[in-house]
Design a binder for this molecule. Structure first.
Ligand code: AMP
Length: 261
C-alpha cells in the first residue's frame, strides 16, 4: 500500500472514515480531490476507540453502498484494512500518546481511552497511506485538536485541513449514527441546531439543556461553552466561543458543535 502510493509520486490527500458514508464524508473527498492529485479514503471501524462495546457492535456497516458513493465522487483509492493489518500484535501493549488535559475534557471525560484509540489508529493509517494532506470534519471538533497534537508528537509533515460540518436541510449534523434514528427521533434531533440558532440571537440564553430534554432527548453528557483554541470552559459568553454538545436520543449519542464568532 505505502510503496504503491508513494511510487505514484503524486500529492496524496487522505480522508480516514469508519464507513457508513454520507454527504459529509463525500464533501471531505471532494475537497481533497481539489487540492491533491490522488485521494485515498480509508474505511475501518476502529475497536480501540470505542469505550462502549454495544456502540461498536451496532456501528452501521454499509460497505457496498460506500464503495458506490466513493466511485460517484471519483475517489482514487479506498483502503479497507482488517483488524489484523492494523493491530498485527493484538490490542495489548498499545502505545500511549501524551495528549495532556485535552484527553480528559468533554469527549475524553465521557469516553475514557477514546482519544488514545483515535491516535493509535490515525498514526497507523498515516504510516500506511503516507499522505501529504489530511482532511477531517469540524463536526468532531475535539478530535481535530487531538490530531493536531498527534501530528506534532510524531513530527509528521502533513497538512491538516478542516472541512465545515455538513448538515441536513433541517440543520441536523450528518452522522453515520443518524441511520439509527427513526423519523420522529430525527425530528427531535433538530433541537440541537435550533438551539444554536436561538443562541445566535441571544447568547445569554440558558435553556438549552432543558429544551433538549423537553424535545425528547434522553440524556445530555455535556453542553459546554469553550474557548475555541484551548477547549477550556468559558465563564462568560464573549465571542469567540465554541459550543460543544453530546446528547443522546434513545441510546443514539449525537455530537455537534457551533462556533460563535
Ligand atoms: P467518521 O466516519 O464518523 O469517523 O468520520 C470520518 C471523518 O468525517 C471525520 O473527520 C469526521 O469529522 C468527518 N465527518 C463526519 N461527519 C461529518 C459532517 N457531518 N460534516 C463534516 N465532516 C464530517
Amino acid at each position: 500500500m505505502q510503496e504503491y502510493l508513494r511510487s505514484t509520486g503524486k500529492k496524496i490527500g487522505f480522508v480516514p472514515t469508519m464507513g457508513a458514508l454520507h454527504a459529509g464524508h463525500l464533501a471531505l473527498i471532494e475537497t481533497s480531490k481539489k487540492q491533491c492529485e490522488l485521494t485515498v479514503c480509508s474505511i475501518f471501524v476502529n475497536p480501540t476507540q470505542f469505550n462502549d462495546p454495544t456502540d461498536f457492535a451496532k456501528y452501521p456497516k454499509t460497505l457496498t453502498e460506500d464503495i458506490i458513493k466513493l466511485e460517484s465522487v471519483g475517489c482514487d483509492v479506498v483502503y479497507i484494512p482488517d483488524v489484523a493489518d492494523l493491530y498485527p500484535d493484538g490490542m495489548q501493549h498499545l502505545p500511549h500518546y501524551s495528549l495532556g488535559q485535552l484527553e480528559n475534557l468533554l469527549e475524553g471525560k465521557h469516553r475514557i481511552g477514546h482519544f488514545q484509540g483515535v491516535c493509535i489508529i490515525v498514526h497507523r493509517l498515516l504510516d500506511a497511506v503516507t499522505p501529504h494532506q489530511l482532511f477531517m470534519g469540524q463536526k468532531d471538533y475535539q478530535q481535530i485538536a487531538v490530531i493536531r497534537k498527534l501530528l506534532d508528537i510524531i513530527h509528521a509533515k502533513i497538512e491538516l485541513f478542516i472541512c465545515p460540518t455538513s448538515r441536513e436541510t433541517s440543520g441536523l449534523a450528518m452522522s453515520s449514527r443518524n441511520t439509527r434514528l427513526n423519523p420522529i427521533q430525527r425530528e427531535q434531533a433538530t433541537a440541537i441546531f435550533q438551539g444554536f440558532q436561538t443562541l445566535e440571537r441571544n447568547p445569554t440564553w440558558d435553556g438549552f439543556g432543558q429544551t433538549l430534554l423537553t424535545q425528547g432527548f434522553q440524556s445530555i453528557d455535556y453542553i459546554a461553552f469553550c474557548d475555541p483554541d484551548t477547549l477550556e470552559e468559558k465563564t462568560d459568553r464573549k465571542r469567540p466561543f465554541i459550543l460543544l454538545i453530546a446528547a443522546s436520543i434513545s441510546n443514539v449519542r449525537l455530537l455537534d458543535n457551533y462556533l460563535f464568532i
